[in-house]
Design a protein around this ligand. Sequence first.
Ligand SMILES: Cc1cc2nc3c(=O)[nH]c(=O)nc-3n(C[C@H](O)[C@H](O)[C@H](O)COP(=O)(O)O)c2cc1C
Length: 225
Amino acid sequence: MDVDTALRTRGSTRAFLNRPVAHEMVATLLEAARFAPSGTNIQPWQVHVVTGETRERVCREVRHAAAHERAQHKAPFDFYPTQWREPYLGRRRACGWGLYSTLGIVKGDHAAGLEQELRNYDFFGAPVGLLFFIDNDLPIGSWLDYGMFVQSIMLSAVSHGLATCPQYSWSNFHQVIRPILGVPESQTLICGVALGYADPAAAVNSYRPTRLPVEEFTSWHGNDV
Ligand SMILES: Cc1cc2nc3c(=O)[nH]c(=O)nc-3n(C[C@H](O)[C@H](O)[C@H](O)COP(=O)(O)O)c2cc1C
């Protein structure tokens, strides 16, 4: 598969088949992604692959925390703006309602919305969870490196017939996850990725958010191209 096709066909998958992913396959994706660029080649990534009983434990404990003690848990960084404004607010709403409409969730149905949110903490049924940590003392440039690394994993996954969902949500529960995986306080949980085989029958996977046309985010300068 060429890179452009992988870019265009990758989509956030929120329902997976109950089909295992071979250890060698996960290793293949990481083997490809390790060639991602990073400023001065510092390679700031620390990846935890969770499967089997560890995956079950992470999901069980985080789901419990999310359902019963949500107020006590928060990511140690702002992922979203603290003050939403246009045009981002409108795009965010369109994404949320588009997703909910594929699930038949109507405005005001907070219980159904919460249930969908809690599916994050089952990796949407994916058999493999990837949790990405970074040393706390690495600044924003390394987070930029990290995005390239995570996208590399997701594109490699597409090229091997696998599906993914990047998940910020796990960061809120870093205090629950860290002791299970033995990760020191000196590292931050940036995000997770659910990895597995997409369930083609699940309506939620049919949702494809729109994108801006190139002209809306590009200013061309000069006249050589
Ligand atoms: C860093 C990052 C974190 C995300 N976190 C979540 C999440 O916690 N839960 C979720 O359902 N989707 C999450 N998403 C998926 C976005 O909603 C999705 O990428 C966006 O709507 C565009 O859709 P697409 O990925 O299908 O193209 C995240 C995406 C990124 C890049």
